[in-house]
Design a protein around this ligand. Structure first.
Ligand code: BV8
Length: 253
């Protein structure tokens, strides 16, 4: 299928192309999982409540009190295992059926709700709750149990497993792959993120300077809303399915 001109040459300025395929990158944050009952970081009653970010989401915090950090992530892992995908996750899985390799979901979330909704092309730039990482040998096994009781690494036997999540001050995963996809996409859509953490919050600027159209879907305008061509406010479980219907309709016309 011919590709839409990313500079919008064959579009009426809308966010939806009229005939060509489109390369789409969707960046998601905690807000897309909020309606699945997974608490966000910064909204009232959010995740950090009672926990200083530095204490539970930095290498220094882990070194200072590993048991506190392990128990913090064990509780979140158990909560995620109880959660189920919501209509926003399911809509993105449907969009992948239409776009296939032309869609990449880049998530800041460490839950696996995108995968459980059926999405297959998902990059977890901040890691995954349902995976551990061995500090001795680097092995990253899938992991659904607690880590606070220091289980042995399945690979090397050392009792040095930590959550396979990226803490503040640590380098996120797959940055090159993400930057390549964002700089080549025709449409960049951000869902459910406050735009407060980098490098994720910088991707809209990279997309825009690379010629992509940009759309923010969020409960309220994010810290980087001013950088988007269009901002739609509301719950993700409503906004994302409606946007996917709009885009799939235009692409399959
Ligand atoms: C790095 C995993 C170096 C762990 C997370 C000064 C300037 C710029 C950068 C920095 C700086 N000082 C320090 C930095 C770097 C730092 C950073 O950005 N700090 C911030 C605080 C300023 N970043 C880092 O350290 C990163 N690493 O920079 O390495 C480097 C980089 C590149 C190359 C070489 C070297 C690593 C950051 C990763 C930290 N780990 N998570 C865990 O999960 O416990 S961050 C965590 O918070 C999330 O993963 C997410 O990324 C981040 C932000 O959360 P959001 O997802 O946006 O959620 P939030 O609650 O904030 O917002 C929810 C939004 O949803 C809200 O807007 C709300 O309105 C909306 N919403 C709510 N309900 C709904 C909804 N929307 C729709 N529907 C709803 N129902």
């Amino acid at each position: 299928m011919p590709r839409a001109d990313p500079r919008g040459g064959d579009r009426d300025g809308s966010l939806v192309s009229h005939n060509g395929a489109m390369r789409v990158v969707v960046l998601t944050g905690a807000g897309i999982s909020a309606e699945s009952g997974v608490r966000t970081f910064r909204d009232s009653g959010g995740l950090w409540e009672g926990h200083d970010v530095g204490a539970v989401a930095t290498p220094e915090g882990f070194a200072r009190d590993p048991d506190l950090v392990q128990r913090f992530y064990d509780a979140r892992r158990r909560a995620v295992l109880e959660a189920t995908p919501n209509p926003a996750h399911r809509a993105l899985a449907r969009l992948e059926e239409t776009l296939e390799d032309d869609l990449l979901v880049v998530t800041q979330n460490v839950d696996d709700l995108h995968e459980r909704a059926g999405s297959q092309r998902v990059v977890h730039m901040h890691g995954e709750l349902r995976r551990a990482r061995c500090q001795a040998c680097g092995h990253r096994p899938a992991w659904d149990d607690d880590l606070a009781d220091s289980p042995p690494c399945p690979e090397c036997g050392e009792r040095t497993l930590r959550p396979d999540v990226v803490w503040f001050g640590e380098v996120p995963y797959e940055l090159d792959r993400i930057a390549d996809a964002v700089s080549r996409c025709d449409l960049f859509v951000s869902v459910g993120t406050s735009g407060s953490v980098y490098p994720a919050a910088g991707y809209v600027a990279l997309a825009a300077t690379s010629g992509a159209r940009t759309l923010e879907l969020n409960l309220e305008p994010s810290e980087v809303a001013h950088l988007f061509d269009e901002v739609r406010t509301g719950p993700a479980a409503e906004l994302v399915p409606a946007w996917v219907v709009e885009l799939r309709g235009a692409l399959t016309r």
